[in-house]
Design a protein around this ligand. Structure first.
Ligand code: ZN
Length: 287
């Protein structure tokens, strides 16, 4: 297992972690200043500065990506909505190519309208089928341009609003169905905040193997958790056994970045410099 205690060469910052403090171009500069080698940016942050400007800045600073956030949200109320979602995912794949991402992360979506508080229907069987078809269609395009897709299972508390894929096992079943040859074109993003509780986690990480372990997201699960989305903890402040899980990832062949992804009203209220410096320190000590 790699020793993270001496440096932070395998630290990546998911840029949502400091999205309230800084625009993306400033985030990239602040990461470069701290020798942070990789980030995972969100589409809205990229669009706010400009895709080409960000691509050029990444090149100039030598900062790489550990992923691109995000595609997905495939289910819709009608055929026009399904088509619009597929078109949007194609654009996400193209953007990921422009910024040289190693994968496009998919938060697959669930009941249409639920995120806005008004689910248009309650048919989970239907949305699971739409997600499967949406991934299949996007995969065909993503394969043609060489962009791997990483399905991120979300904690079951998000099953209605954000993702009807809630365990690593479920995500890998989709991978098996759509990419039985384990080509590397389809895999998973293992976000510890969403999967830490799963009794099958070790077994399913081993099942995924090197080809399908495309990303590893870290933060911590706070006791108590006060908000279902925006109360993630800094590594070491909660109950997730991060180092043990990284051991499972590496035993399965994963050798990429540990990407810090913290949505937190508390950390968004701190100076960005403090947040990044804390990420570096905790990455060495806890991850
Ligand atoms: Zn994540």
């Amino acid at each position: 297992m790699r020793d993270f205690s001496k440096n932070h060469e395998w630290l990546s910052i998911n840029t949502a972690t400091v999205r309230r403090q800084w625009p993306l171009d400033r985030i990239i500069d602040e990461c470069a200043r701290r020798n942070i080698r990789a980030i995972s940016p969100w589409r809205d942050q990229v669009a706010a500065v400009g895709l080409d400007r960000i691509a050029a800045q990444l090149k100039a600073t030598g900062i790489g990506l550990s992923g691109y956030c995000r595609g997905g949200f495939f289910p819709a109320a009608d055929a026009a909505g399904l088509k619009a979602a597929l078109e949007d995912n194609r654009r996400a794949v193209d953007e990921a190519c422009t910024v040289n991402a190693p994968c496009l992360v998919l938060v697959v979506g669930s009941l249409p309208g639920a995120l806005e508080g008004k689910p248009l229907h309650h048919d989970m069987t239907r949305v699971r089928a739409e997600v499967r078809d949406g991934i299949a269609a996007t995969l065909e395009y993503a394969r043609s341009v060489g962009m791997p897709l990483a399905i991120e299972p979300l904690h079951p508390m998000q099953a209605a609003e954000r993702a009807c894929i809630n365990t690593l096992e479920q995500a890998l079943d989709v991978c098996d169905a759509l990419d039985p040859q384990h080509s590397g074109a389809l895999g998973v993003a293992v976000d510890m905040y969403h999967v830490w509780w799963d009794p099958k986690l070790e077994q399913q990480i081993a099942r995924a193997g090197k080809k399908r372990l495309l990303a590893f997201h870290v933060c911590d699960w706070l006791i108590p958790t006060r908000d279902l989305v925006n109360d993630r903890g800094m590594m070491g402040d909660g109950v997730i056994e991060l180092r043990k899980a990284r051991g499972w990832m590496e035993a399965a062949g994963f050798a990429g970045y540990a990407e810090v992804e913290i949505f937190s009203e508390y950390w968004w209220g701190q100076p960005g410099e403090v947040v990044l410096d804390t990420c570096v320190e905790k990455h060495r000590r806890v991850v």
